[in-house]
Ligand binder design. Structure first.
Ligand SMILES: Cc1cc2nc3c(=O)[nH]c(=O)nc-3n(C[C@H](O)[C@H](O)[C@H](O)COP(=O)(O)OP(=O)(O)OC[C@H]3O[C@@H](n4cnc5c(N)ncnc54)[C@H](O)[C@@H]3O)c2cc1C
Length: 713
């Protein structure tokens, strides 16, 4: 109802505009012709003239009709600078606010549904420094005010904020135009307003907010660095703490652009991923998969048998894979690439100085203009009574422990149903351990959709794991994990207890506390990955929010480039398209939104799903478990919001969707791309085909049917 009333009011205003031929009147010539008689009338009836002028001004701006600039000039001619400015200042703010509200009320929902994600960026920018943003727009005369009113109506800026910022932001421009109006006799047309002096003052008005921002930034920096003495010069351009994925990439970027960079690593080059994370776990998973294939060889028409698992040999192979990759991340390689590598423990002592307790016993004190913190994360060990005394293992410690074992541990209890817990449970079970996986939530992989969790659970159970959901570990004692389930105690005996309940950023012991660098679960950074000290950046697991090797190296680019070149331009870390894979068998891979997240974020979506049991290659390989699930906006808009793939090689298949999303390609493009036959990748194309089928142009097809019928006559 309200919407209709607003539309009717706007239509009435537009009709009145044309009825009274305001388009003709509101020109320089029109105003010039009327101004003398208007002045006489104003002298006799000042209040009435001001009221009429005010109302027309409000109406013209509220309906976003042309003429506001001319009316501002007319105000100068008619009322003089002071009265004219007061009248226009209030009338324009009221009119602009009405236009803003009309846009918000009538258009916002429609536009948000269509361009919600783009508006989200503007909205978040506005949320951060919205008033400033609007103020700047108001100061730039090149952007028509009516456009600003309408666009702002589509954002989430508060009406009151819009009104007061508009009033202040338009004030100086109003004075300039009203003042110009007092010279009406000399002005030939609106271009006469753009004299060099006026242009100069407008440009100045436009840059004032940026100057103000610069000054504020400078004051903030002064405050942050107060109490520290900046070195007169620096030994290095950049110091990087930690040589995991984030630190290696940061230092490599710095040396590539010829900066002098020192990389400090306390432990092993390559960090978690190479030494205790991705690499050994994926090598173990491969051995386990082969074991499962031997065990289930009948699936492939072969004789099934129980695989022999000489566990020491298995782990030797795993550590062999680590050793084979080690040279990629070695001190020698990085030194050769121009990075100065120091093996030792780094501590930040002031915003430009790092002290390194070298592994060989010496100490270095280094200075640099910028520091990049890439200290990673470590397994989180929950405060469960008895756990500390239980000789539990984590991903950090299990590889050395396993290397000593002749047999796979007989009974393994795995705490945690996240990606690491699931991957290790399945792998160890396949290698012969009796595994019980304990998860307190009601499903495994609980960031994924429910159907994905269900498939993952089935796959883990089929590998021989006993999966206990809704079981909370309450204590550990005498080789038993005691869990609570529906008010009952359930005990899980173990020979090896593996804790895999998440990873916590390393935040202590290397100077963050002393410098007052803010930390929550991770080091707190801005969107440029800078800490509260603009020259200290953080990336990788220590900065979060993602904990993947590829996000660590992705962030490293932003941290190092901003650290080295931030004085010219800084780049916001871009998290728009982040893929993630859990290397279960079948793999679980996702990019962008899944249904769970779309619902949480109130984003409307449509699901297209293609099941692998229909795919020729999957059938030929007996790998039919899984699906490709794609989320798109409702109504057939060709935009990929997210894709989840469960199945053999899902991690590889996902790359096509990652590329498509990154480069804003839709499903039509995937459908129009030749995929080799028979490949698993065809599943991506068939999913796109399913989407297309669901949105086929029924009306056109009806017409075609008639056309062909006619052709048969
Ligand atoms: C079992 C497991 C499996 C995983 N699988 C995958 C996977 O398949 N795919 C994936 O993308 N990710 C995976 N991950 C996550 C991945 O390993 C991490 O996201 C990645 O290693 C993060 O890199 P980073 O550089 O931030 O930190 P890290 O690799 O942890 O490196 C940080 C380094 O900093 C050093 N350091 C810390 N403090 C100091 C100091 N004061 N002085 C000097 N050095 C210091 C540490 O010794 C460490 O070497 C897995 C993790 C685990 C545990």
């Amino acid at each position: 109802m309200k919407k209709i009333a607003i539309i009717l009011a706007l239509v009435a205003l537009i009709a009145a505009y044309f009825f009274f031929d305001l388009g003709e009147v509101l020109t320089i010539e029109g105003i010039k012709a009327q101004v003398d008689s208007a002045k006489t009338f104003y002298a006799d009836n000042p209040v009435l003239v001001i009221a009429i002028f005010f109302l027309i001004y409000v109406a013209v701006t509220a309906a976003s009709l042309p003429g506001a600039a001319i009316m501002t000039i007319a105000a100068g001619a008619l009322f003089g600078v002071v009265t004219g400015t007061i009248i226009v200042s209030f009338a324009s703010t009221i009119g602009a606010t009405l236009a803003f509200l009309a846009s918000r009320y009538v258009l916002r929902d429609t536009i948000e549904a269509r361009f919600g994600d783009r508006l989200k960026a503007i909205n978040s920018g506005l949320e951060r420094d919205g008033a400033f943003y609007l103020f700047t727009l108001r100061m730039i005369p090149a952007i028509p005010f009516f456009v600003i009113n309408l666009v702002m109506g589509l954002t989430r800026i508060k009406t009151w904020t819009f009104a007061w910022v508009s009033q202040i932001g338009m004030f100086l421009g109003t004075i300039a135009f009203v003042n110009a109006g007092t010279q009406l006799a000399q002005i030939e047309d609106t271009s006469g307003l753009l004299s060099p002096v006026l242009i100069g003052s407008f440009v100045f008005l436009a840059i004032v907010p940026w100057i103000a921002k610069g000054i504020i930034g400078w004051l903030q920096r002064r405050k942050v660095y107060a109490g520290f003495t900046r070195p007169k010069s620096y030994d290095r351009n950049m110091i990087v703490i930690g040589a995991g994925s984030a630190g290696l990439v940061s230092s490599l970027i710095a040396s590539t652009v010829k900066a002098k960079v020192t990389l400090v690593e306390a432990n092993k080059m390559g960090g978690d991923c190479l030494n205790t994370g991705c690499v050994p776990s994926k090598a173990l998973i491969k051995s386990a998969k082969v074991a499962a294939q031997i065990r289930h060889a009948d699936k492939y028409g072969l004789r099934a048998s129980e695989p022999e698992v000489p566990f020491k040999e298995t782990i030797k192979r795993v550590l062999g894979a680590v050793a084979a990759i080690e040279p990629h991340d070695s001190v020698e390689r990085y030194t050769g690439l121009g990075v100065d590598v120091i093996e030792g423990y780094a501590k930040i002592v002031d915003p430009w100085t790092v002290e390194v307790a070298r592994n060989d016993g010496g100490t270095d004190r280094l200075t640099a203009r910028s520091i990049v913190i890439a200290a990673g994360a470590e397994p989180f060990v929950p405060p469960i009574p008895g756990l500390a005394e239980s000789n539990y293992l984590t991903s950090d410690t299990m590889w050395d422990a396993f290397a000593e074992m002749d047999q796979a541990p007989a009974r393994v209890a795995v705490l945690g149903g996240g990606p690491i817990g699931c991957e290790l449970s399945q792998a160890l079970a396949r290698l012969g351990s009796q595994v019980t996986q304990i998860e307190m939530a009601d499903r495994v992989l609980n960031r994924e959709d429910e159907d994905v969790s269900a498939l993952a659970k089935t796959a883990i159970e089929e590998s021989g794991v006993r999966v206990l959901l809704d079981h909370r570990a309450v204590r550990v004692s005498d080789g038993l994990v005691v869990t609570e389930h529906n008010g009952q105690e359930v005990t899980v005996p173990f020979d090896v207890l593996l804790v895999a309940v998440g990873r916590a950023a390393r935040l202590k012991g290397y100077g963050l506390e002393d410098l007052g660098i803010d930390t929550e679960k991770t080091v707190v950074t801005d969107e440029f990955l800078a800490t509260k000290f603009p020259n200290i950046y953080a990336c990788g697991d220590v900065a979060g929010p993602y904990q993947f090797t590829h996000t660590a190296s992705h962030q490293a680019w932003f941290a190092s480039v901003n650290a080295l070149f931030g004085q010219f331009k800084r780049f916001k870390a871009d998290y728009s398209v982040i893929p993630a894979v859990t290397f279960l068998d079948p793999e679980v891979a996702r990019v962008g939104l899944n249904e769970t997240e779309a619902k949480e974020q109130g984003i409307e979506y449509e699901v297209t799903q293609y099941h692998l049991d229909d795919l020729d290659r999957a059938i030929a390989e007996s790998e039919t478990a899984g699906f490709v699930k794609v989320l798109t906006p409702p109504g057939g808009k060709d935009k990929i919001l997210g894709a989840t793939i469960v199945g053999a090689h899902a991690g590889e298949l996902l790359a096509e969707y990652v590329l498509a999303m990154k480069h804003k390609l839709g499903l039509n493009k995937i459908l129009g791309t030749i995929h080799s036959y028979p490949t698993m990748a065809e599943a991506n194309k068939f999913a796109a085909g399913e989407w297309k089928k669901a949105h086929k142009p029924e009306k056109v097809l009806d017409l075609l049917e008639k056309y062909h019928a006619w052709r048969r006559r």
